[in-house]
Design a protein around this ligand. Structure first.
Ligand code: TRP
Length: 374
Protein backbone atom coordinates (compact mmCIF):
# COMPACT_ATOMS: atom_id res chain seq x y z
CA UNK A 1 0.00 0.00 0.00
CA UNK A 2 1.33 3.46 -0.81
CA UNK A 3 2.03 5.33 2.40
CA UNK A 4 0.38 8.60 1.44
CA UNK A 5 -3.00 6.89 1.23
CA UNK A 6 -4.60 6.37 4.59
CA UNK A 7 -5.98 2.89 5.13
CA UNK A 8 -9.72 2.63 4.51
CA UNK A 9 -11.84 2.06 7.61
CA UNK A 10 -15.61 1.67 7.20
CA UNK A 11 -17.55 0.61 10.29
CA UNK A 12 -20.78 1.94 11.83
CA UNK A 13 -18.60 4.09 14.12
CA UNK A 14 -15.75 5.16 11.91
CA UNK A 15 -15.38 6.06 8.27
CA UNK A 16 -11.90 7.22 7.28
CA UNK A 17 -9.15 6.94 4.71
CA UNK A 18 -9.53 6.78 0.98
CA UNK A 19 -12.68 4.85 0.21
CA UNK A 20 -12.64 2.19 -2.46
CA UNK A 21 -16.27 1.33 -3.11
CA UNK A 22 -15.56 -1.69 -5.31
CA UNK A 23 -13.48 -3.11 -2.50
CA UNK A 24 -16.37 -2.56 -0.08
CA UNK A 25 -18.69 -4.54 -2.35
CA UNK A 26 -16.15 -7.32 -2.23
CA UNK A 27 -15.41 -7.09 1.50
CA UNK A 28 -19.05 -6.86 2.54
CA UNK A 29 -20.21 -9.43 -0.01
CA UNK A 30 -22.90 -7.18 -1.49
CA UNK A 31 -23.89 -6.82 -5.15
CA UNK A 32 -23.16 -4.01 -7.56
CA UNK A 33 -26.24 -2.06 -8.56
CA UNK A 34 -26.69 -2.96 -12.21
CA UNK A 35 -28.09 -0.75 -14.96
CA UNK A 36 -30.98 -3.16 -15.28
CA UNK A 37 -31.95 -2.63 -11.64
CA UNK A 38 -31.53 1.12 -11.90
CA UNK A 39 -33.86 1.09 -14.89
CA UNK A 40 -36.41 -0.90 -12.93
CA UNK A 41 -36.39 1.71 -10.19
CA UNK A 42 -36.65 4.43 -12.81
CA UNK A 43 -39.62 2.71 -14.43
CA UNK A 44 -41.61 2.80 -11.21
CA UNK A 45 -40.48 6.29 -10.25
CA UNK A 46 -41.07 7.79 -13.67
CA UNK A 47 -37.46 9.00 -13.94
CA UNK A 48 -33.91 7.95 -13.21
CA UNK A 49 -32.72 9.76 -10.08
CA UNK A 50 -29.38 11.55 -10.43
CA UNK A 51 -28.11 9.58 -7.42
CA UNK A 52 -28.64 6.39 -9.46
CA UNK A 53 -27.25 7.81 -12.65
CA UNK A 54 -24.11 8.90 -10.83
CA UNK A 55 -23.69 5.78 -8.72
CA UNK A 56 -24.19 7.57 -5.42
CA UNK A 57 -26.26 4.48 -4.65
CA UNK A 58 -24.04 1.76 -5.99
CA UNK A 59 -24.60 -1.53 -4.18
CA UNK A 60 -27.45 -3.65 -2.88
CA UNK A 61 -28.72 -6.87 -1.40
CA UNK A 62 -31.94 -8.43 -2.67
CA UNK A 63 -33.20 -5.24 -4.29
CA UNK A 64 -34.38 -7.32 -7.25
CA UNK A 65 -36.47 -9.45 -4.89
CA UNK A 66 -37.96 -6.39 -3.18
CA UNK A 67 -38.97 -4.86 -6.53
CA UNK A 68 -40.41 -8.15 -7.74
CA UNK A 69 -42.58 -8.33 -4.61
CA UNK A 70 -43.95 -4.91 -5.48
CA UNK A 71 -44.49 -5.93 -9.08
CA UNK A 72 -46.42 -8.97 -7.90
CA UNK A 73 -48.85 -6.59 -6.24
CA UNK A 74 -47.55 -6.87 -2.68
CA UNK A 75 -47.10 -3.97 -0.33
CA UNK A 76 -43.45 -3.05 0.30
CA UNK A 77 -41.86 -0.90 3.01
CA UNK A 78 -38.83 1.29 3.67
CA UNK A 79 -36.63 1.76 6.72
CA UNK A 80 -33.85 4.18 7.46
CA UNK A 81 -32.58 6.09 10.47
CA UNK A 82 -30.35 8.60 12.13
CA UNK A 83 -28.12 8.73 15.17
CA UNK A 84 -29.12 12.10 16.64
CA UNK A 85 -25.86 13.36 18.09
CA UNK A 86 -25.81 16.80 16.55
CA UNK A 87 -27.09 18.96 13.73
CA UNK A 88 -27.84 17.46 10.34
CA UNK A 89 -25.49 18.22 7.44
CA UNK A 90 -25.75 17.76 3.69
CA UNK A 91 -24.09 14.34 3.88
CA UNK A 92 -27.02 13.10 5.96
CA UNK A 93 -29.57 14.52 3.55
CA UNK A 94 -28.22 12.58 0.59
CA UNK A 95 -29.82 9.20 1.48
CA UNK A 96 -32.95 10.88 2.82
CA UNK A 97 -33.54 12.66 -0.46
CA UNK A 98 -33.18 9.31 -2.17
CA UNK A 99 -35.50 7.67 0.35
CA UNK A 100 -38.20 10.20 -0.51
CA UNK A 101 -37.78 9.25 -4.19
CA UNK A 102 -38.30 5.57 -3.30
CA UNK A 103 -41.23 6.37 -1.03
CA UNK A 104 -43.04 8.11 -3.88
CA UNK A 105 -42.12 5.50 -6.46
CA UNK A 106 -43.35 2.53 -4.43
CA UNK A 107 -46.03 4.22 -2.37
CA UNK A 108 -44.24 2.81 0.66
CA UNK A 109 -44.52 3.42 4.36
CA UNK A 110 -41.25 4.62 5.83
CA UNK A 111 -40.08 3.70 9.33
CA UNK A 112 -37.49 6.19 10.49
CA UNK A 113 -35.50 5.30 13.60
CA UNK A 114 -33.92 7.96 15.82
CA UNK A 115 -31.26 6.18 17.83
CA UNK A 116 -30.87 8.57 20.73
CA UNK A 117 -30.05 5.55 22.92
CA UNK A 118 -27.18 4.49 20.65
CA UNK A 119 -25.65 7.94 20.55
CA UNK A 120 -25.97 8.40 24.31
CA UNK A 121 -24.21 5.08 24.91
CA UNK A 122 -21.51 5.83 22.36
CA UNK A 123 -20.58 9.43 23.00
CA UNK A 124 -18.71 10.34 26.13
CA UNK A 125 -19.94 13.92 26.22
CA UNK A 126 -23.53 13.61 25.06
CA UNK A 127 -26.19 13.53 27.74
CA UNK A 128 -29.33 11.49 27.18
CA UNK A 129 -31.40 14.66 27.34
CA UNK A 130 -29.31 16.25 24.59
CA UNK A 131 -29.61 13.19 22.36
CA UNK A 132 -33.40 13.21 22.77
CA UNK A 133 -33.49 16.90 21.93
CA UNK A 134 -31.58 16.18 18.74
CA UNK A 135 -34.15 13.50 17.88
CA UNK A 136 -36.82 16.17 17.53
CA UNK A 137 -34.49 18.72 15.94
CA UNK A 138 -33.26 16.21 13.35
CA UNK A 139 -36.79 14.99 12.68
CA UNK A 140 -37.50 18.47 11.27
CA UNK A 141 -34.81 17.83 8.67
CA UNK A 142 -36.32 14.47 7.79
CA UNK A 143 -39.73 16.05 7.31
CA UNK A 144 -38.23 18.93 5.31
CA UNK A 145 -36.99 16.35 2.79
CA UNK A 146 -40.64 15.94 1.87
CA UNK A 147 -41.46 12.60 3.48
CA UNK A 148 -45.11 11.73 3.09
CA UNK A 149 -47.41 12.42 6.00
CA UNK A 150 -49.45 9.42 7.07
CA UNK A 151 -46.86 7.13 5.50
CA UNK A 152 -43.86 8.15 7.58
CA UNK A 153 -43.35 6.84 11.09
CA UNK A 154 -40.48 8.47 12.92
CA UNK A 155 -39.69 7.12 16.37
CA UNK A 156 -37.24 7.73 19.18
CA UNK A 157 -35.70 4.60 20.65
CA UNK A 158 -36.09 6.07 24.12
CA UNK A 159 -39.33 8.01 24.07
CA UNK A 160 -41.24 5.54 21.89
CA UNK A 161 -39.82 2.43 23.51
CA UNK A 162 -43.26 0.91 24.12
CA UNK A 163 -43.68 0.51 20.35
CA UNK A 164 -40.43 -1.36 19.90
CA UNK A 165 -39.27 -3.08 23.05
CA UNK A 166 -41.12 -6.37 22.64
CA UNK A 167 -39.84 -6.89 19.11
CA UNK A 168 -36.37 -5.81 20.21
CA UNK A 169 -36.41 -8.47 22.91
CA UNK A 170 -37.42 -11.18 20.46
CA UNK A 171 -34.53 -10.21 18.19
CA UNK A 172 -32.01 -9.94 21.03
CA UNK A 173 -32.77 -13.47 22.18
CA UNK A 174 -31.53 -14.77 18.82
CA UNK A 175 -28.20 -12.92 18.84
CA UNK A 176 -25.37 -14.25 20.99
CA UNK A 177 -22.74 -12.10 22.57
CA UNK A 178 -20.07 -13.87 20.56
CA UNK A 179 -21.85 -12.96 17.30
CA UNK A 180 -22.11 -9.34 18.40
CA UNK A 181 -18.42 -9.31 19.32
CA UNK A 182 -17.40 -10.86 16.02
CA UNK A 183 -19.52 -8.50 13.91
CA UNK A 184 -19.04 -5.25 15.79
CA UNK A 185 -15.73 -5.81 17.56
CA UNK A 186 -17.12 -5.17 21.05
CA UNK A 187 -14.61 -5.70 23.82
CA UNK A 188 -14.94 -6.33 27.55
CA UNK A 189 -14.42 -2.66 28.29
CA UNK A 190 -17.43 -1.54 26.23
CA UNK A 191 -20.55 -0.72 28.20
CA UNK A 192 -23.26 -3.40 28.08
CA UNK A 193 -25.81 -0.99 26.60
CA UNK A 194 -23.84 -0.95 23.36
CA UNK A 195 -23.92 -4.71 23.05
CA UNK A 196 -27.72 -4.74 23.31
CA UNK A 197 -28.32 -1.80 21.00
CA UNK A 198 -27.92 -3.74 17.70
CA UNK A 199 -31.10 -5.67 18.54
CA UNK A 200 -33.03 -2.39 18.27
CA UNK A 201 -31.48 -1.35 15.00
CA UNK A 202 -32.22 -4.83 13.61
CA UNK A 203 -35.76 -4.97 14.99
CA UNK A 204 -36.94 -2.06 12.86
CA UNK A 205 -36.55 -4.23 9.75
CA UNK A 206 -39.54 -6.22 11.03
CA UNK A 207 -41.51 -3.43 12.66
CA UNK A 208 -43.96 -2.81 9.85
CA UNK A 209 -44.59 -6.56 9.49
CA UNK A 210 -45.12 -6.83 13.23
CA UNK A 211 -47.56 -3.93 13.36
CA UNK A 212 -49.55 -5.02 10.32
CA UNK A 213 -49.51 -8.71 11.25
CA UNK A 214 -48.35 -9.74 7.80
CA UNK A 215 -44.94 -9.94 6.18
CA UNK A 216 -44.03 -6.72 4.39
CA UNK A 217 -40.74 -6.79 2.41
CA UNK A 218 -38.43 -4.13 3.84
CA UNK A 219 -35.80 -2.14 1.91
CA UNK A 220 -33.18 -0.09 3.72
CA UNK A 221 -31.65 2.86 1.86
CA UNK A 222 -28.57 3.89 3.84
CA UNK A 223 -24.87 4.57 3.57
CA UNK A 224 -22.87 1.36 3.40
CA UNK A 225 -21.23 1.71 6.84
CA UNK A 226 -24.41 0.35 8.45
CA UNK A 227 -24.06 -2.97 6.67
CA UNK A 228 -22.92 -5.03 9.72
CA UNK A 229 -26.32 -4.48 11.30
CA UNK A 230 -28.10 -5.93 8.29
CA UNK A 231 -25.84 -8.95 8.24
CA UNK A 232 -26.93 -9.97 11.72
CA UNK A 233 -30.53 -9.06 10.94
CA UNK A 234 -30.52 -11.30 7.90
CA UNK A 235 -29.24 -14.16 10.04
CA UNK A 236 -32.11 -13.93 12.50
CA UNK A 237 -34.95 -12.97 10.15
CA UNK A 238 -36.12 -16.41 9.18
CA UNK A 239 -35.81 -17.79 12.69
CA UNK A 240 -38.36 -15.17 13.69
CA UNK A 241 -40.63 -15.76 10.70
CA UNK A 242 -39.81 -12.57 8.78
CA UNK A 243 -38.27 -11.80 5.40
CA UNK A 244 -34.63 -10.81 5.27
CA UNK A 245 -34.40 -7.05 4.75
CA UNK A 246 -33.16 -5.83 1.36
CA UNK A 247 -30.66 -3.00 1.19
CA UNK A 248 -29.52 -0.32 -1.19
CA UNK A 249 -26.18 1.19 -0.20
CA UNK A 250 -25.04 4.76 -0.71
CA UNK A 251 -21.68 6.48 -0.78
CA UNK A 252 -20.48 9.19 1.61
CA UNK A 253 -20.56 12.83 0.66
CA UNK A 254 -16.98 14.10 0.82
CA UNK A 255 -16.15 16.86 3.28
CA UNK A 256 -15.22 20.34 2.15
CA UNK A 257 -11.61 19.88 3.16
CA UNK A 258 -9.16 17.41 1.72
CA UNK A 259 -9.81 13.72 2.48
CA UNK A 260 -12.60 12.04 4.42
CA UNK A 261 -16.37 12.38 4.44
CA UNK A 262 -18.43 15.33 5.58
CA UNK A 263 -18.22 15.07 9.34
CA UNK A 264 -20.17 16.81 12.06
CA UNK A 265 -17.20 16.61 14.42
CA UNK A 266 -15.21 18.80 12.02
CA UNK A 267 -17.57 21.73 11.39
CA UNK A 268 -15.33 23.33 8.75
CA UNK A 269 -15.80 20.22 6.56
CA UNK A 270 -19.57 20.27 6.77
CA UNK A 271 -22.53 22.37 5.73
CA UNK A 272 -25.24 22.05 8.33
CA UNK A 273 -28.90 22.56 7.45
CA UNK A 274 -29.05 25.04 10.30
CA UNK A 275 -25.99 27.04 9.19
CA UNK A 276 -26.50 30.69 8.47
CA UNK A 277 -26.59 30.63 4.63
CA UNK A 278 -23.91 33.32 4.39
CA UNK A 279 -21.58 31.39 6.66
CA UNK A 280 -22.20 28.22 4.66
CA UNK A 281 -21.34 30.11 1.48
CA UNK A 282 -18.04 31.15 3.11
CA UNK A 283 -17.23 27.54 3.98
CA UNK A 284 -17.63 26.69 0.30
CA UNK A 285 -15.25 29.46 -0.69
CA UNK A 286 -12.68 28.12 1.79
CA UNK A 287 -12.93 24.54 0.52
CA UNK A 288 -10.27 22.32 -0.96
CA UNK A 289 -10.26 22.12 -4.78
CA UNK A 290 -8.46 20.20 -7.48
CA UNK A 291 -7.11 23.41 -8.94
CA UNK A 292 -3.59 24.75 -9.38
CA UNK A 293 -1.80 27.03 -6.92
CA UNK A 294 -2.17 30.14 -9.06
CA UNK A 295 -4.60 31.40 -11.69
CA UNK A 296 -1.73 31.52 -14.17
CA UNK A 297 -0.97 27.83 -13.64
CA UNK A 298 -4.67 26.97 -13.72
CA UNK A 299 -4.99 28.63 -17.14
CA UNK A 300 -1.93 26.77 -18.39
CA UNK A 301 -2.42 23.34 -16.90
CA UNK A 302 -6.10 23.11 -15.98
CA UNK A 303 -7.49 21.55 -12.80
CA UNK A 304 -8.46 18.05 -11.75
CA UNK A 305 -12.18 17.57 -11.00
CA UNK A 306 -11.42 13.97 -10.02
CA UNK A 307 -9.91 15.08 -6.72
CA UNK A 308 -11.91 18.28 -6.26
CA UNK A 309 -14.43 18.64 -3.43
CA UNK A 310 -16.21 21.51 -5.10
CA UNK A 311 -16.74 19.36 -8.17
CA UNK A 312 -17.97 16.56 -5.90
CA UNK A 313 -20.71 18.85 -4.57
CA UNK A 314 -21.90 19.63 -8.06
CA UNK A 315 -21.76 15.94 -8.85
CA UNK A 316 -23.51 14.61 -5.74
CA UNK A 317 -26.10 17.26 -5.12
CA UNK A 318 -26.13 20.58 -6.85
CA UNK A 319 -25.88 20.09 -10.62
CA UNK A 320 -28.46 17.61 -11.79
CA UNK A 321 -28.12 18.59 -15.43
CA UNK A 322 -25.58 16.21 -17.00
CA UNK A 323 -24.65 18.62 -19.77
CA UNK A 324 -23.85 21.40 -17.34
CA UNK A 325 -21.85 19.02 -15.18
CA UNK A 326 -19.79 17.92 -18.17
CA UNK A 327 -19.21 21.54 -19.03
CA UNK A 328 -17.76 22.19 -15.57
CA UNK A 329 -15.50 19.18 -15.98
CA UNK A 330 -14.32 20.24 -19.42
CA UNK A 331 -13.75 23.88 -18.58
CA UNK A 332 -11.89 22.99 -15.41
CA UNK A 333 -9.55 20.61 -17.20
CA UNK A 334 -8.91 23.07 -20.01
CA UNK A 335 -8.12 25.85 -17.54
CA UNK A 336 -10.82 28.22 -18.75
CA UNK A 337 -12.75 27.89 -15.48
CA UNK A 338 -10.95 29.11 -12.37
CA UNK A 339 -11.55 27.73 -8.88
CA UNK A 340 -12.69 31.15 -7.76
CA UNK A 341 -15.51 31.25 -10.32
CA UNK A 342 -16.45 27.67 -9.71
CA UNK A 343 -16.63 28.14 -5.95
CA UNK A 344 -18.57 31.37 -6.27
CA UNK A 345 -21.24 29.63 -8.34
CA UNK A 346 -21.50 26.71 -5.92
CA UNK A 347 -21.62 28.98 -2.90
CA UNK A 348 -24.62 30.78 -4.44
CA UNK A 349 -26.31 27.44 -5.06
CA UNK A 350 -25.65 26.29 -1.50
CA UNK A 351 -27.02 29.51 -0.14
CA UNK A 352 -30.21 29.27 -2.22
CA UNK A 353 -30.64 25.64 -1.21
CA UNK A 354 -30.28 26.46 2.50
CA UNK A 355 -32.69 29.37 2.41
CA UNK A 356 -35.32 27.13 0.83
CA UNK A 357 -34.59 24.14 3.06
CA UNK A 358 -34.73 26.25 6.22
CA UNK A 359 -38.20 27.46 5.26
CA UNK A 360 -39.36 23.87 4.92
CA UNK A 361 -37.66 22.98 8.18
CA UNK A 362 -39.42 25.81 9.97
CA UNK A 363 -42.76 24.75 8.54
CA UNK A 364 -42.16 21.18 9.69
CA UNK A 365 -42.49 22.37 13.30
CA UNK A 366 -46.26 22.63 12.82
CA UNK A 367 -46.64 18.99 11.85
CA UNK A 368 -43.84 17.32 13.81
CA UNK A 369 -46.27 15.31 15.86
CA UNK A 370 -48.09 13.95 12.81
CA UNK A 371 -44.92 12.18 11.68
CA UNK A 372 -44.19 10.36 14.92
CA UNK A 373 -45.28 6.78 15.51
CA UNK A 374 -48.53 6.24 17.41
N1 TRP B 1 -26.87 3.71 13.52
C1 TRP B 1 -27.28 4.80 12.67
C2 TRP B 1 -26.37 6.00 12.92
O1 TRP B 1 -25.56 6.03 13.79
C3 TRP B 1 -28.71 5.17 12.85
C4 TRP B 1 -29.65 4.18 12.21
C5 TRP B 1 -30.55 3.38 12.85
C6 TRP B 1 -29.78 3.91 10.82
N2 TRP B 1 -31.26 2.63 11.96
C7 TRP B 1 -30.80 2.92 10.71
C8 TRP B 1 -29.16 4.40 9.69
C9 TRP B 1 -31.18 2.44 9.47
C10 TRP B 1 -29.54 3.91 8.46
C11 TRP B 1 -30.55 2.92 8.35
O2 TRP B 1 -26.47 6.99 12.23
Amino acid sequence: MSNNKKEMVVTPWEVSGEIDYDKLIENFGTNKLTDELKQKLAKHAGYLHSQLKRDVFFSHRDLDWWISQYEAGNKVGLYTGRGPSGDVHLGHLLPWIFTKYLQDAFDADLYFQMTDDEKFLLKENLTLEQAIEFTYENALDVIACGMNKGKTFIFSDTEDISHIYKLGLKVSKKITLSTAKAVFGFTDSDNIGLTWYPALQAMTCFLQSDREKKNVPCLIPAAIDQDPYWRITRDVAEKLGYYKPAQIHGKFLPGLQQGGKMSASQPETAIFTTDNPDIAAKKVVAAFTGGQQTIKLQKELGGNPGICNIYAYYYYLFEEDDKKLQEIDRNCRSGSLTCGECKAKLSRMVKTFLIDFQKKREKAKDSLNDYFIK
